[in-house]
Design a protein around this ligand. Structure first.
Ligand SMILES: CC(C)(COP(=O)(O)OP(=O)(O)OC[C@H]1O[C@@H](n2cnc3c(N)ncnc32)[C@H](O)[C@@H]1OP(=O)(O)O)[C@@H](O)C(=O)NCCC(=O)NCCS
Length: 192
C-alpha cells in the first residue's frame, strides 16, 4: 500500500482501500442515469481513499471550492494526515481522481465517532462533500454520498448525519436523509 514518493514521503492511503471494494452497491439509494459501475466510473475517474500524495494533486485547491483552507504546507498536511491515520477506523476521506489530469476532482469525508451510548455504538458524520465545479452534474456527488452512507452502515454506525444549507436539502434527501422535527443544529463559530 505504501510507495516512496519522489519527494521522499511514503505514499500511502488514509484507510484500507479494500473497504470500498467490499461495499454492497445494491444498497445505493440515488438513481443513476449514466454511471454503470459506481466504483469505477467512466472517463478515467478513480474513487479511492485520500493518499498522502494528493497534496500534489490539488486536493487542498478542491477544498477551497468548499470553504476557507489557508496556506497549508506539505509538512502540515503530512502531519495532519498522519494524525488522522493514527486513529484507526475513524477518518474515511474518499476522493475521486481524474487519472488523465492527475487531479483530485471530488471528495467527501465520513468520520466514525465512537460512543458509549447504544451499547458502545458509533455514529457516522458526513462532512466536506465537494465536486470540482468543472465536473458537477455528472453524478459524482451522488456517488460520493451513496458510498459514505453505505460505508457508515458497513462500519456498524447506528446512524449517519450531516449538516447542510437549505439549498442542498433536496440533494441529500435522495440518500435517505431526513430533517428531524424538533431537532436543531446549533453551533458557535470561533474563527473561519
Ligand atoms: C452538491 C454537490 C456535491 C453535488 O455534486 P454533483 O456531482 O454536481 O451532483 P450530481 O451530478 O451527483 O447531482 C445529483 C443530482 O442532484 C441534483 N443536485 C445537485 N446539487 C443539488 C442541489 N444543490 N440541490 C438540489 N439538487 C441538486 C442534480 O440535479 C442531480 O439530479 P438528477 O440526478 O436528478 O439529475 C456539488 O454541487 C458541489 O460540490 N457543490 C458545492 C459544495 C457543496 O455545496 N457541498 C455540499 C456541502 S453540504
Amino acid at each position: 500500500m505504501a510507495d516512496v514518493h519522489e519527494n521522499g514521503y511514503l505514499d500511502e492511503a488514509l484507510f484500507d482501500p479494500s473497504v470500498l471494494n467490499q461495499l454492497d452497491m445494491s444498497q445505493f439509494k440515488a438513481e443513476y442515469k449514466n454511471v454503470t459501475t459506481p466504483l469505477t466510473p467512466e472517463h478515467n475517474l478513480q474513487i479511492r481513499p485520500l493518499h498522502l500524495e494528493d497534496y500534489d494533486k490539488g486536493y487542498l485547491d478542491l477544498l477551497k471550492q468548499l470553504t476557507t483552507v489557508g496556506d497549508v504546507t506539505r509538512e502540515e498536511f503530512v502531519d495532519r494526515f498522519q494524525k488522522m491515520k493514527a486513529c484507526p477506523d475513524t477518518y474515511y476521506i474518499v476522493v475521486i481522481e481524474d487519472l488523465k489530469s492527475g487531479q483530485i476532482i471530488g471528495s467527501a469525508t465520513l468520520v466514525k465517532e465512537q460512543k458509549f451510548i447504544h451499547h458502545l455504538s458509533s455514529r457516522g458524520r458526513v462532512e466536506d462533500v465537494i465536486v470540482s465545479d468543472l465536473y458537477r452534474g455528472k453524478e459524482l456527488g451522488k456517488l460520493l454520498v451513496d458510498i459514505l452512507v453505505c460505508l457508515s452502515q458497513q462500519l456498524n454506525c447506528y446512524k449517519v448525519s450531516l449538516e447542510c444549507k437549505d439549498d442542498n436539502l433536496k440533494f441529500y434527501c435522495q440518500f435517505g436523509f431526513e430533517r428531524t422535527p424538533g431537532q436543531n443544529f446549533m453551533q458557535q463559530r470561533f474563527y473561519d
